[in-house]
Design a binder for this molecule. Structure first.
Ligand code: SF4
Length: 337
């Protein structure tokens, strides 16, 4: 398989009056062509910041990507790109779909003009060609009556259609990588399913790699090839969708899985809620970030950061209970299966 993205030791801080918020703390991963990787975790875990860092959308003076961080797109060093190179990278190489299509689209411009803008800037099409291509892109994202809809303003479309337009803009330059940041959060459940199906179809047709950012494990179940669970700016568990859904080993991943609504009667309609709050990201962290909320917490968890352990296949987890010399905690191993 062809590797298209490599992120190494990504560290991002936000400068605030209270101190530097270390939002991403040494995240590393790779992505292959046509692969779908999901970043999962609760709000503030660093998943969106990681996605924005890949696009180099975080700029000083408020945000800082530390110089130790390395982001390689194919053979291009994203951290060293000039303004002009970044402009070509964002659009031609990587497209991004944002959370809320209503605020991401310009309300004063027709959707056609917004798609055309990207085509004229990145693919250097003239006005006529760009309009024809914009109509074609609306068809690709399955908007009916594309010739008429192209002259609509965003407020004339439903939430689901607006998100389709965002996908059309992101895909208009045929990028090899699409970053979808909570693409269905602002939509109702049936439209969510349609948008995920559309993304899945487009991925198959165009062999586009996708990074999907979401707090909802339910959304990635049938969609992602691999999943990275993030907590307090770090990846705490990663593996294939099967490894995470059926063989999760980290207590935080269990909590996330337990909070997904199920149709069986086991939870009698009540969803699991994890107690406590994530750690203060201003503080340095030399121990397990989940220690304060973990029912299996041991002395070492509060003293030393757990190393990432290879469990099986591609499945890795950062938890002291996976260390070869860890005590056999019966209840933990029973839950591991
Ligand atoms: Fe819990 Fe310790 Fe594992 Fe952290 S390292 S998840 S505190 S058992």
């Amino acid at each position: 398989m062809e590797k298209i993205l490599e992120v190494n030791n990504l560290q991002v801080s936000f400068h605030t009056y209270a101190g530097d918020v270390k939002a991403v703390r040494g995240v590393s991963f790779e992505l292959e062509k046509g692969e779908t990787l999901a970043f999962v975790g609760e709000s503030g875990c660093g998943k969106t910041v990681t996605a924005k860092a890949i696009m180099r959308l975080l700029q000083p003076p408020f945000a800082e990507i530390k110089k130790e961080s390395k982001i390689m797109y194919q053979d291009k060093d994203v951290m060293k790109m000039s303004k002009k190179e970044l402009q070509a990278y964002r659009g031609n190489d990587v497209g991004m779909i944002f959370q809320d299509p209503m605020t991401s689209l310009n309300p004063t411009m027709t959707i056609g003009k917004q798609i055309m803008e990207s085509l004229m800037l990145h693919r250097k099409l003239d006005k006529k060609q760009a309009r024809e291509e914009a109509i074609e892109m609306l068809r690709v994202v399955k908007i009916s009556d594309a010739e008429k809809r192209v002259d609509d303003y965003p407020h004339q479309l439903s939430g689901g259609m607006r998100q389709r337009v965002m996908i059309a803009i992101a895909l208009s330059c045929n990028p090899a990588l699409l970053i979808a940041d909570e693409p269905t959060t602002a939509l109702d459940v049936t439209i969510q399913a349609q948008i995920m199906r559309l993304l899945g179809d487009l991925k198959k047709e165009r062999d586009t790699a996708i990074i999907l950012v979401t707090h909802d494990l339910g959304v990635v179940a049938n969609f992602a090839d691999r999943i990275q669970v993030m907590y307090a700016g770090q990846i705490i568990e990663r593996g294939t969708a099967k490894e995470i859904f059926y063989h999760a080993k980290h207590p935080y991943t269990w909590a996330l899985l337990a909070s997904v609504p199920k149709l069986d009667t086991e939870n009698k309609g009540e969803l699991y809620a994890l107690k406590g709050t994530p750690p203060d990201l201003i503080l340095e962290m030399n121990h397990c970030p989940f220690a304060d909320r973990c029912e299996y917490c041991m002395g070492i968890c509060r003293e030393t950061m757990p190393e990432e352990t290879l469990v099986d296949g591609t499945h890795r987890v950062s938890c002291w209970l996976q260390h070869p010399s860890a005590p056999r905690v019966q209840s933990y191993y029973e839950k591991c299966g």
